[in-house]
Design a binder for this molecule. Structure first.
Ligand code: DX5
Ligand code: ZN
Length: 219
């Protein structure tokens, strides 16, 4: 069955600790952490101090999505601060393989991701070495956007390739997933669904109830 990974980009940072506890009480296991550098994407979100602070309070799996140019520079630091998995953009690295290798050497999981306009073929050379492929279903940089339907074809393609070649990577999707399209997304073979707005806007517990119901029905 698929899992939900709430993105704290949509959290109320004034109440971040208690909102994470509420997620834990609602059986969430993975926290999606969006780091933006103002270079690879236009906006800046948050970085190391936020991650190390919440690490002290939470045992959730920290799925760190680096929207950062040349993320190689920061991998050791993010691991020290508590990342359980680091996902890098194929467009952001001069040497993608070396960057993934660096993540693996730290003994944590590694993921690769691609922007909506990047052809899926760009990640194919790395499928054997990654734990996860993150399909960006919106342009990275902001929460609350609409899912771009064409990106779902990448999910189907990757799911097919995984089966044909007997590979073990997980497929994650990120951006614009709401209570309405969640069922369709899950039925395509997505293992981890990132959701910011759909979890944090309004009542977290109510949202999680809907999410769990839809996910159980669709898988
Ligand atoms: C976009 C981020 C997403 C974003 C998702 O750059 O990578 O994780 O927070 O937000 P929603 O679910 O609101 O589209
Ligand atoms: Zn993300």
């Amino acid at each position: 069955m698929s899992q939900i990974a709430p993105s704290i980009l949509a959290a109320d940072f004034n109440r971040l600790g208690s909102q994470i506890r509420e997620l834990e009480e609602n059986d969430v296991r993975i926290l999606h952490i969006d780091v933006m550098d103002g270079m690879f994407v236009p906006s800046i979100s948050f970085g190391m101090p936020v991650i190390s602070s919440i690490r002290k309070e939470s045992k959730l799996f920290f799925d760190v999505h680096l929207m950062v140019k040349e993320p190689m520079r920061y991998i050791e630091e993010f691991v020290k601060d508590g990342a359980d998995s680091i996902t890098i953009h194929v467009e952001a690295c001069e040497d993608v393989r070396a960057t993934l290798q660096k993540v693996k050497e730290q003994g944590i999981q590694c993921g690769i991701t691609l922007n909506p306009e990047t052809p899926v073929e760009a990640v194919v050379p790395y499928l054997e070495m990654v734990d996860m492929v993150l399909v960006m279903s919106v342009h990275p940089g902001f929460g609350g956007q609409k899912l771009i339907p064409e990106t779902l074809k990448k999910v189907e393609y990757l799911a097919g390739l995984r089966e044909d070649q007997n590979l073990g990577f997980k497929i994650e999707i990120d951006g614009g997933v709401n209570h309405k399209n969640l069922g369709e997304v899950v039925s395509l073979g997505v293992d981890i669904v990132v959701a910011g707005t759909a979890v944090f806007r309004g009542d977290i517990t109510e949202n999680m109830k809907i999410v769990k119901e839809v996910m159980a029905d669709a898988s």
